[in-house]
Design a protein around this ligand. Structure first.
Ligand code: KG4
Ligand code: ZN
Length: 330
């Protein structure tokens, strides 16, 4: 048996497989992206996503095993995303993992996708300094969590409605910037002035987030203005988002004993978010940990690393036949 875990991730629009050792070293990471398929629809189209996963999952897993030079039966375990995500997409990954696990005699462990994201900053090298405040800002999720060790995660707050990435994408669509809109909104915002006073939802209330009302405010502003300056709209929207994110991070950092602020998820690519987070961390006196973007966006290496945590907690792993993989109880 090798000391290697195969991770499989298919919760949304990327089919991913990766092989990771117990130290977080990534021997292989393969991602079959579906961006081109969904771009025509302006967003992820669930049925098309499931079909594309079916078409690419076997060769994605095969490629990862070949790149890592490991045979399936020699794996220590298979870790697979079991939720949250699109149900059809998740089932492709879960069924593939179950089938391979049974065939190879390797245990299969279901992993919460968010747990993978929260652990992603330690891939390749241990970057996180504990206790860490982790801000997850992706297309599907927005979450603030306190981590005192790789295994000890306490969720401080999540979004009550839209994720921040979803709001960026919807605003991008309103401004005619294509899909995904986040990077384009971020670039356009840098050229405008934050002249519109959009709301800062839940700014002074705990650690939960809400971006749906802000998104509607942007839609109203665009519809009502005679000739809206799109760069100013983007700048005002981004300023509102970042004020909320950074205010909550500052409040958590001020009230805790944190050694680092870790930011993961696709929106961490935002230049303005990076600048604001850098200034905040310097002010508060904690280290800023921004892992390489390839581990912040969806990938299977983060799922494999989170599987190692689970194995260490629950060793020895349960035989395949006893492994319960229900979508509903992630
Ligand atoms: O983590 P991710 O790749 O996928 C999910 O797990 O959801 O995040 C994708 C999100 C999209 O909403 C995309 O628009 C946003 O990240 N994003 C950005 C930037 N690059 C990607 N948002 C703002 N600025 C960027 N530069
Ligand atoms: Zn994700």
């Amino acid at each position: 048996m090798s000391g290697l875990i195969l991770g499989i991730e298919s919760s949304c629009d990327d089919t991913a497989a990766a092989v990771v050792d117990a130290h977080g070293r990534v021997l292989a990471s393969v991602i079959a992206s579906q961006t081109d398929i969904h771009a025509a629809h302006g967003g992820v189209y669930p049925e098309l996503a499931s079909r594309a996963h079916v078409q690419s999952i076997v060769r994605t897993v095969d490629r990862a095993l070949a790149d890592a030079d490991v045979k399936g039966p020699d794996l220590r375990a298979i870790g697979v995303t079991r939720g949250p995500g699109l149900i059809g997409s998740l089932l492709v990954g879960l069924n593939t993992a179950q089938g391979l696990g049974l065939g190879w005699g390797v245990p299969v462990i279901g992993i919460n996708h968010l747990r993978g994201h929260l652990r992603s900053a330690d891939l390749e090298e241990a970057r996180v300094r504990y206790p860490a405040l982790v801000l997850l800002v992706s297309g599907g999720h927005t979450m603030l969590a306190r981590m005192t060790s790789p295994r000890d995660i306490a969720v401080l707050g999540r979004t009550r409605d839209d994720s921040v990435g979803e709001a960026y994408d919807k605003v991008g669509r309103m401004l005619g910037l294509g899909y995904p809109g986040g990077p384009a909104v971020d670039r356009l915002a840098a050229t405008g002035q934050a002249t519109i006073a959009f709301p800062r939802p839940l700014l002074n209330e705990g650690f939960e987030f809400s971006f749906s009302g802000l998104k509607s405010s942007v839609a109203r502003a665009v519809a009502q203005a005679r000739a809206p300056d799109y760069a100013d709209v983007a700048a005002s929207f981004v300023a509102a988002c970042l004020d909320v994110l950074m205010t909550k991070c500052r409040r958590a950092l001020d009230g805790g004993d944190y050694a680092s602020l870790v930011i993961v998820g696709g929106v961490a690519a935002s230049k303005q978010l990076r600048e604001r987070a850098g200034a905040l961390c310097e002010d508060v006196g904690v280290a800023l940990c921004l892992p390489p973007l390839r581990w912040s966006t969806d990938n299977a290496a983060m799922i494999a690393l989170a599987t190692w945590d689970y194995l260490a907690l629950d060793a020895p792993p349960k035989p395949v036949a006893q492994t319960r993989l229900a979508i509903g109880d992630y």
